[in-house]
Every structure is written in C-alpha cells, then in structure tokens.
Write a protein that binds this ligand. Structure first.
Ligand code: SAH
Ligand code: DHB
Ligand code: MG
Length: 220
C-alpha cells in the first residue's frame, strides 16, 4: 500500500458518501489562495468529526486550532440552532480567512474565532463544553488536554488530531510534536477522570490517527 492508493480510496469513499459541498470547497479554495498550509482534516475525517459531535448531542463545542475554518465548519454543522462553537487560532491571517469561510457557510452568528495563543485564551473561556477538538501545535497537546478536561462537562467527548504522526509517536527522536503527543497519552493514562482510545488512519493526509477521549460521568 502506498500514499497514492490511500488517496485514491479516500477519493472513492468521499465521492460515494459525501455530497458535493460548495461552502466547504470554497473554504479550501480560499485557504489555498490565502497561502494557508493544506493541513486541514480530509473531507471524510471532517464528516467523522461532525457525526461524533452529533452523536454526543453537542451544543457547545470548543476547537483549538482553526486554520481556515474547514474543520470548524464541519463541527458547526453538528450544532442545533441554539448551539455555539468557539475556535482558537494564533495566526491573525488564519483567523481572518477562517471568519470569512465560516460566514460564507452560514455560521457567523454561532461561531466565534478567538485570536491568540491558545494557552492564553483558554483561561478566558467559560465552560462547560460538550465536545472539544484539539488540533493546534502538537507540543502543547498535554496542556490542551488538561484545559479541555477543566472546561468539559462530565460525559463530554474530546478528540485530538495527529495522534500518530506517521509512526513518530513511537520514536520521537527530538521531534517536539511527537513528544507532545506522547506526553498527552501519558497524562490521559494517569487521569482518573478520562478514558480513551487511539486509532491509526491512512488516507489522503498520509499515515496518522486520532485519539478519542471521554470525560467520565462521575469519579469511580
Ligand atoms: N483544525 C484545522 C487545522 C488546524 S492546523 C482543520 O482541520 O481545518 C493548526 C492550526 O493551529 C494552525 O492554523 C496554527 O496557526 C494554529 N496554532 C498553532 N499554534 C497555536 C497556538 N499556540 N494557539 C492557537 N493556535 C495555534
Ligand atoms: C500538521 C498539523 C495538523 O493539524 C495536521 O492535521 C497535519 C499536519 C503540521 O503542523 O504539520
Ligand atoms: Mg490536524
């Protein structure tokens, strides 16, 4: 198996199961035109996020790492009419592109893009959140997990992207991103208030994976 085959299968799955989506396609086109890196989730991964948030009945969603708002739009689609989403983004230009994309998709009133380092904006947030998507700088994943736990309600779902990093998670060799993911796993494993699994994925975005965490409903 190779990257070409993974990409081809992703295209087949996406073409078969996902309807054409002008707002999401425009978000990607404008992100590219704005010079943003193409490190958004793949369409079939974005839909997985939407489905997970819907299954969790999420009314308040937190995202850490907006980029051009592609995953943000998928997550916002899971919200009921009175639901809200806050997404945190460090780079002002990314936030600007994200706001435009989110508005075009019809979510300007429900989504707030907060600019700044997430480690500075997280303490200003008012919980509780029902669903958190962690997808910013990987070296800070341990801190983002701790903050997510603080801000999430019992029973909430937390998803962390890029949880495998093409296998680098096994042997980080000075890779601060992979080291951050490992330290997050160690925190989760030692955390009585959370339980988690992680799943490897291949696809158009290469070999990676996600970590799925549930905040326990009550202490054991
Ligand atoms: N969730 C997006 C992709 C996010 S890429 C999607 O799937 O569509 C990671 C984003 O995190 C980038 O836009 C980057 O600027 C942002 N980021 C990096 N460091 C950050 C920090 N310290 N605080 C907040 N955002 C950060
Ligand atoms: C990178 C970040 C991501 O969130 C992602 O999904 C892929 C790559 C990166 O920083 O390289
Ligand atoms: Mg990611």
């Amino acid at each position: 198996m190779s990257q070409d085959a993974w990409t081809e299968v992703d295209r087949y799955l996406t073409d078969t199961l996902l309807a054409p989506d002008p707002a999401l396609e425009a978000a990607l086109a404008d992100s590219e035109a704005g010079g943003l890196p193409a490190i958004n989730v793949a369409p079939n991964q974005g839909k997985l996020l939407m489905l997970l948030a819907q299954m969790a009945g999420a009314k308040r969603i937190l995202e850490i790492g907006a980029l051009g708002g592609y995953s943000t739009i998928w997550l916002a689609r899971a919200l009921p009419a009175d639901g809200r989403l806050i997404t945190l983004e460090y780079v002002p230009h990314h936030a600007e592109v994200a706001r435009r994309n989110i508005a075009r998709a019809g979510f300007a009133a429900q989504v707030e893009v907060k600019v700044g380092a997430a480690i500075d904006t997280l303490p200003t947030l008012q919980g509780p959140f029902d669903f958190v998507f962690i997808d910013a700088d990987k070296a800070s994943y341990p801190a983002y997990f701790e903050w997510s736990l603080k801000l999430a309600r019992p029973g909430a779902v937390i998803v962390a992207d890029n949880a495998v990093r093409a296998g680098k998670v096994l042997d980080p060799q000075g890779d601060a991103d992979a080291e951050g993911v490992r330290r997050m796993y160690d925190l989760i494993a030692a955390e009585p208030r959370a339980t988690a699994t992680a799943v490897q994925t291949v696809g158009s975005k290469g070999w990676d994976g996600f970590c799925l965490i549930r905040v326990k409903s009550s202490l054991p």
